[in-house]
Design a protein around this ligand. Structure first.
Ligand SMILES: Nc1ncnc2c1ncn2[C@@H]1O[C@H](COP(=O)(O)OP(=O)(O)OP(=O)(O)O)[C@@H](O)[C@H]1O
Ligand SMILES: [Mg+2]
Length: 356
């Protein structure tokens, strides 16, 4: 058995006083030594007394014996940790990682299924295509869409410890840095969260990620407009929002609900604009045709009534859905729908007066 394998199964030993994180991730395993029939593991403990030291030494030894089987001698030693990790530092969520992000923009809607994720993913790709550094956090912890829409389902983000803090490295594809809870779940596994857990997972997906310098960080907001959303906007420090709607969203009230998450007096963030998705239908075999099935100026009228600029209009075309399903965002193409996303990206950048 080699050291890597031993290190792997030592992850079964959890520190009950440190959010139940394992001793490997906590950086406590200082040394693994294999010599003949003997395996020796050295655990580091901070100078101040760890009341669970005895327990951890015992649990580590038991784990070694269980995996190594009879005939191998298991020894666990302790040393004083050279630079003790301040209590709680590894798990504390701060906005440090967002300091090098210029614009943090929430993509929201009042109603589900209007194409929020489709617009968010394509907008991210389009912003990257016109030269910006872009990241997207899929904040839909119940039904993440980013892995499928970018064909990154199998990706497993790596972790990196920077100054004693653990960060998740986002997945890069199509010039965009992506992060989604979907990268941490088995395929098809239902994600069941209770309120505070969901809220915390969500914050981690933004605050514990090593984004690096970005012009834009887009947040695909979870459906709904509840307290979780408002706290998200506050905790992350979202600069403003883009609201997605469809012309068939007859009820202005729905769109207004989405906008009010940001206009709430405690928050009062700007709405950069409205995106009218599925604004008209274009059949694949007649790309020059536009059918305004749900009326022509719904989006513009809605924008006017709400006092929000209309940022862009995206057609309803089969390829947008197909590209969403096969993970090659439509914004990569030079078809009219691809161009529509590029135009939208340009408008948003203007609104934020972003410099490339
Ligand atoms: N402009 C479009 N043309 C064709 N299909 C589209 C368009 N916009 C979205 N769709 C399709 O509609 C479906 C719903 O879109 P999407 O998942 O982006 O909506 P959503 O608002 O994020 O939904 P949810 O509220 O569940 O998060 C998807 O199958 C998507 O491919
Ligand atoms: Mg969605």
């Amino acid at each position: 058995m080699n050291k890597e394998e031993i290190r792997e199964f030592l992850k079964e030993v959890h520190h009950p006083a440190k959010d139940d994180r394992n001793i490997v991730d906590l950086g406590m395993v200082q040394d693994i030594d294999t010599e003949g029939d003997k395996v020796s593991v050295t655990l580091g403990f901070p100078k101040q007394r760890d009341p669970l030291k005895k327990y951890l030494l015992g649990a580590t030894r038991a784990t070694l014996i269980r995996h190594l089987g009879p005939g191998i001698e298991a020894e666990v030693k302790e040393v004083e940790m050279p630079s003790p990790e301040p209590a709680g530092k590894g798990t504390e969520l701060t906005k440090e990682t967002l300091l090098s992000v210029k614009h943090i923009i929430g993509i929201a809607s009042g109603k589900g299924g209007v194409g929020k994720s489709t617009v968010a993913v394509n907008l991210a790709v389009a912003l990257a295509r016109i030269g910006y550094k872009v990241g997207l956090a899929d904040a839909d912890v119940y039904g993440p869409s980013v892995p499928v829409m970018t064909a990154t389902e199998g990706a497993r983000p790596e972790a990196e410890n920077i100054n004693g803090k653990d960060y998740i490295i986002p997945i890069e594809k199509y010039g965009v840095k992506w992060m989604s809870i979907g990268y941490f779940a088995e395929k098809g596994q239902a994600l069941v969260w209770r309120g505070p857990m969901a809220s915390n997972a969500l914050k981690q997906l933004v605050l514990q990620v090593k984004w690096g310098p970005l012009d834009f960080l887009l947040i695909d907001m979870p459906p709904g407009t509840g307290d979780i959303h408002i706290s998200l906007v506050q905790d992350i420090g979202i600069e403003g929002a883009v609201i997605v709607t469809t012309p068939q969203t007859v009820a202005l009230a729905d769109v207004e609900k989405g906008a009010n998450m940001f206009r709430n007096e405690n928050i009062s963030k700007p709405i950069f604009g409205l995106v009218e998705n599925m604004a008209w239908f274009t059949p694949e075999e007649h790309p020059e045709e536009k059918y305004y099935i749900f009326g022509r100026d719904g989006g513009a009228r809605m924008a006017e009534q709400l006092g929000i600029p209309l940022l862009g209009r995206i057609p309803l075309v089969q390829s947008i859905r197909e590209n969403g399903d096969d993970g090659t965002p439509a914004a990569l193409s030079s078809r009219p729908d691809g161009i529509a996303f590029i135009e939208l990206a340009g408008k948003l950048a203007d609104r934020c007066s972003a410099e490339r």
